[in-house]
Write a protein that binds this ligand. Structure first.
Ligand code: SF4
Length: 157
């Protein structure tokens, strides 16, 4: 039987695709997901390359947008297009694991600002995670998934 499929932020697998060329490899998390076939994604590396300037989620009149911290440009369209294409190409994803706090991948942990850069909340969804949730896919921040799936107790201890 096919294994269930988990879409996962590529940086959590050890890909050096963060804005500064580093990764977020998390061996404990990967151990927890051993039963899954992992399907990595990184919208920001695909759209903008690595390294790249950072962006933040900003609430605008037109909705939540990813705004470049360098140019002020709205970077949402390519990220949203990547997200739609990813889930169309992988219609059988069972689980979404996103890197906490990312404006693309954070599930319930991304920071949302107003136009003046005042923090509105730290519980928003990044653009890729929002697309997963819209499609009804079970979605977790990596840290929350780890906390909710603790390691079994060691026998004999
Ligand atoms: S958090 Fe998402 S966008 Fe950022 S490096 Fe990881 S996979 Fe790429």
């Amino acid at each position: 039987m096919d294994r269930p499929k988990a879409a996962i932020s590529a940086c959590l697998l050890g890909e050096r695709c963060r804005y500064d060329g580093s990764d977020n490899k998390d061996p404990k998390l990967l151990g927890k997901l051993a039963a899954y076939e992992l399907v990595p994604f990184c919208p920001e590396d695909f759209c903008f390359g690595t390294p790249r300037p950072t962006m933040d989620l900003v609430e605008t009149k037109e909705g939540i947008k990813a705004i470049s911290n360098v140019t002020g440009a709205d970077l949402s369209p390519p990220v949203e297009a990547y997200a739609r294409r990813f889930f169309e190409e992988h219609p059988d994803i069972d689980l979404f694991i996103g890197k906490d706090r990312s404006p693309s991948c954070g599930v319930c942990s991304a920071r949302l600002y107003d136009r003046e850069k005042e923090l509105l909340n730290s519980e928003s969804s990044g653009l890729m995670a929002a697309e997963a949730k819209r499609r009804g896919i079970e979605a977790w921040d990596a840290e929350d998934y780890l906390a909710a799936h603790p390691a079994p107790p060691i026998r004999g201890s």
